[in-house]
Ligand binder design. Structure first.
Ligand code: PRP
Length: 208
């Protein structure tokens, strides 16, 4: 029986599949899925399901996927009871507080901020821990726009190359957390499908 692996669509999926192919698992079909959302590996041992990155933890927690691959940022935000088994080492970026240059120079000294972010839970917890009043403004993309148009004072977002910040005249005020792709596993699957999970884990260890 095949193991079901929920994969964050986009760059992480491409990195993962390329590495699995290098490790000898034929999943070229999954690398070019077209509009298909469920694609098996050539030997049928893995069934890949492609989902929105923030939905990976939900599929794994509910057990419809035995395991999943998504960024640590998503795991921190979704905070589901999953088993994190492996740091895959790709998809590296940093979760940062960023803002305009003047905010960068002043540092985070104010007692209240408007924070635009795709990560409302992480942001709330972060500012609460610091006893700083924060109005969290949840966005779903193009977060860098918020300080430019006066929607927020700062953003909490991932920075990879820094290109988006640079192109918009923003800079990092503080780095919060290093991020990379992780393999997570459903708690029940780990017991009931331990052989298949071990095989997947070994293949991924070899691949990365
Ligand atoms: C992510 C992130 C930043 C950007 C960082 O957005 O939210 O905007 O990438 O990458 P960089 O440092 O290499 O420029 P994404 O491309 O996923 O698009 P989105 O704004 O629609 O969420």
């Amino acid at each position: 029986m095949s193991i079901t692996l929920a994969v964050a669509k986009g760059r992480l999926a491409e990195d993962l599949l390329t590495k699995l192919i290098d490790a000898g698992i034929d999943c070229a079909d999954a690398l070019n899925p077209g509009r298909r959302l469920i694609v098996p590996s050539a030997d049928g041992s893995i069934s890949f399901i492609f989902v929105k990155p923030s939905d990976v933890p939900t599929y794994v927690e509910r057990g419809v996927a035995d395991a999943g691959v998504c960024g640590k940022d998503t795991l921190l935000e979704e905070n589901k009871p999953l088993l994190e088994m492996l740091d895959l080492g790709f998809g590296k970026c940093r979760l940062c507080i960023c803002g305009k240059q003047e905010m960068h120079e002043a540092g985070l000294r104010s007692s209240a901020y408007r924070v635009a972010t795709k990560y409302p839970r992480i942001a709330r917890a972060l500012f609460e821990r610091r006893y700083v009043n924060a109005e969290i403004i949840e966005l779903h993309g193009s977060v860098e726009l918020a300080p430019l148009v006066g929607l927020s004072d700062v953003i909490l977002d991932i920075v990879e190359s820094g290109g988006t910040l640079f192109a918009n005249g923003l800079s990092i005020i503080e780095e919060i957390y290093p991020i990379s792709a992780r393999l997570v596993v459903n708690r029940v699957s780990l017991k009931t499908r331990s052989d298949e999970i071990k095989r997947l884990l070994d293949a991924l260890k070899e691949a990365v």
